[in-house]
Write a protein that binds this ligand. Structure first.
Ligand SMILES: [Ca+2]
Length: 358
């Protein structure tokens, strides 16, 4: 489908594509994929929001007009609600439901739960997506989820603003597996970045949390409430909140944090509700957070001021990740230093695609 060259009078083929996603979804069933050409799908170009995802259907963006090629950087596929309402909603979807290579922006919540994406009792995968400039979702401006199982790979959450809690993500009783994501410049009244609340089981690997702000307390980057978590190979820089800049735990939360780097999180790095005290990586082991491989060193980004979080060749994050990591970030398509694929051992933090097509 193609917002610029398609028509909802068409049969929805490669040569005669539909125009809007909402219309195309009417013709899908289990296992189908909708291929979406570059362009801005918005109320003013004819799209209808919120889009209700269908079970086991895939939405894939990043295609050139005519579907002759695919490039995620050159062929940006943007879902823009123009601040009118929520962008996407998942209700009881099952594994096999997928979003890929979409920019999800300018959502505004019609209620308390999620301005960009709302997920209830759903499973889905999101890859190569950017969730940005969504605002007003009191809980989870970028993504709100409850009783869901979500895999996030190579996604960017940036400039989302939640009026209450969780600027990028608010998760309740959900399993979130989050690998190689960039979480930057999100804010909320409390918990500026991500709030994992009540029986969540997040696994967060190779993510960069930078410049997230909890304006009135709890965590700047990550907050855990009655939840376990495994955080490894992650980097936390410049996050702030009066509760704790990088990691805030509320009662009965016990994260495991390994091979991660912390720098310039204000006014202090972490807060532990069990001990009722603030601290830094030197406290992790005694708190039961593990702390193996954790450090507090300037990360030496390539050009932090312009939002380029590649690493300088002498960055201490290089080769500092978990020495047992053997995942896809080492397969030659991912770089932290410009132009050089990461090789074993894995580098800490966010990796850019070495070739801009997955
Ligand atoms: Ca390496």
């Amino acid at each position: 489908m193609d917002i610029n060259n398609g028509s909802d009078e068409n049969p929805g083929t490669k040569d005669l594509p539909f125009k809007t996603i909402t219309w195309a979804l009417n013709f899908t069933s289990f296992g189908d994929t909708i291929y979406i050409a570059q362009g801005t799908y918005s109320p003013s170009s004819g799209e209808t929001f919120p889009i209700a995802m269908k079970d086991q259907v895939k939405l894939k963006g990043g295609y050139a007009p005519g579907f002759v090629s695919r490039n995620l950087i050159d062929n940006q596929t943007i879902l823009d609600a123009e601040q009118t309402t929520r962008i996407l909603r998942f209700e009881m979807t099952s594994p096999g439901t997928e979003l890929e290579a979409l920019i999800i922006e300018n959502g505004k919540n019609p209620d308390y739960w999620g301005a960009g994406i709302q997920s209830n009792d759903s499973s889905f995968i999101m890859k190569y997506c950017t969730i940005r400039n969504n605002s007003g979702g009191e809980y989870g401006a970028g993504l709100y989820c409850q009783r869901s199982n979500i895999v996030l790979e190579n996604c960017i959450f940036t400039d989302n603003y939640g009026t209450t809690c969780g600027g990028a993500i608010y998760a309740w009783s959900s399993g979130i597996t989050m690998t190689n994501c960039l979480v930057s410049n999100n804010s909320a009244n409390i918990n500026g970045g991500i709030s994992f609340s009540y029986k969540c089981t997040p696994v967060v690997t190779n993510c960069l949390f930078i410049n997230n702000v909890g304006t009135n307390g709890y965590g700047g980057a990550l907050s855990f409430y009655r939840t376990t978590a495994l955080v490894s190979n992650c980097v936390f820089v410049g996050n702030s909140s009066s509760g704790a800049g990088a990691i805030y735990t509320e009662w009965e939360a016990l994260p495991t944090i390994r091979y991660s780097n912390f720098y310039n999180n204000n006014p202090f790095l972490a807060y532990n509700a069990f001990t009722g005290s603030s601290g830094d990586t030197s406290n992790f082991n005694a708190w039961g957070w593990d702390g193996t491989g954790c450090r507090e060193i300037p990360p030496l980004f390539h050009d932090e001021g312009s939002g380029d979080y590649h690493l300088q060749p002498n960055s201490p994050l290089i080769d500092s990740g978990d020495p047992l990591y053997s995942g896809y970030l080492l397969n030659g398509y991912w770089e932290t230093v410009p132009g050089i694929p990461d090789i074993f051992p894995v580098d800490m933090g966010y990796h850019y695609p070495y070739i801009p097509v997955p």
